[in-house]
Each structure stands twice: as C-alpha cells, then as structure tokens.
Write a protein that binds this ligand. Structure first.
Ligand code: THU
Length: 160
C-alpha cells in the first residue's frame, strides 16, 4: 500500500492586499452578517457573491426552531442568485462571520453542504468561483472550491 499526498493551494493575505472589487465583496459579506437570523447559534454569517456582470448579492444564515430547516449564508446567496439570474455564472464569493466577540479572527470556512453546492455551480457554468474567507487576522483566497474539496464528487464521476 502507498500513501497518496494531495496538494491544495490557498493564498493568505490582508484585506488591503486584495484588488478593489474583492475588497468590496469582503466588505459586503461583513455587512451581510447584520441580516443573519441566528437566534439559536448566535453565530452570524454573511456571504456576498459577485456575478459575472459585476452585480453583487448578499446572503446571511437563517435559522429555525426546527434546526434542519435553516440555511447557511452561502446557500441563501447562491440560491437567490440562481433563482433570479440563472444565466449568470458566479465569479466570486466572500464569507465573514461574527460570534459574541465580533468578527472571527480565523477565516470562516464553508460547511460540507455549502462546498458541494458551490462545486455544482462551478460544474454548471464550467467556471471556477473565486472564494475569499474573511477573518480579522487575514483572508484565505482560493481560486476554486476544489481547493477545499480534494476528491470531490461531480456528475462526471458517475460515468468514470
Ligand atoms: N453557517 C453558515 O451560514 N455558513 C457556514 O459556512 C458555516 C455555518 C451557519 C449555520 C448556522 O446558522 C450557524 O452558522 C452555526 O452553525
């Protein structure tokens, strides 16, 4: 038996090292935390997505007393974009989150279900989604969700 090592590439930088468009997207993701409904976890997550035409849409986590009925910030933004502008690929996504002390120091990372949804978007439009994960200490920048998903599952896996 041999070990297989998989490599992923993530950039780490400060917000002011990002380009203007991406700085704006992070700012909107931070603002979007104000629209979170996090009655149960008190963890307010904001997402901002930039569509291919430059349009920005916000998302925020929406919780429910019946826990599984709630939805993460990323998916509220992505599904709203898909429902309103299905012809436009998603170019970039930024996420920020606040706990009881304020914005998290470490970048917030998307849950497994959100990663799978972002992967489907990349597959649907054959276009990578640039991802910025904000923390007060710094920002992780990924060229594609695949950098968070080694050995990911897409529909072509079913015919291999
Ligand atoms: N949450 C998100 O909105 N996005 C993530 O990437 C991680 C988790 C939300 C779900 C729930 O409302 C709260 O954070 C605590 O898990």
């Amino acid at each position: 038996m041999k070990e297989i090592k998989l490599e992923i590439n993530i950039q780490y930088c400060q917000v002011d090292e990002l380009g203007d468009e991406d700085q704006e997207l992070v700012k909107v993701a931070k603002e979007a935390t104000q629209n979170s409904y996090a009655k149960y976890s008190h963890f307010c997550v904001g997402a901002a997505i930039r569509l291919q035409d430059g349009r920005i849409m916000k998302g925020a986590n929406q919780e429910n007393a019946a826990f599984p009925s709630g939805l993460c910030a990323e998916r509220t933004a992505i599904f709203a974009a898909q429902a309103n502008y299905p012809e436009l690929p998603i170019a970039a996504l930024a996420i920020a989150a606040k706990n009881e002390y304020g914005f998290t120091g470490e970048p917030v990372t998307p849950c497994g279900a959100c990663r799978q949804v972002i992967l489907e978007i990349e597959d649907r439009y054959k276009h990578p989604v640039k991802i910025m994960l904000y923390g007060t200490h710094g920002v992780y920048v990924l060229k594609s969700i695949k950098d968070l998903m080694p050995l990911c599952f897409v529909d072509e896996n079913m015919s291999k």
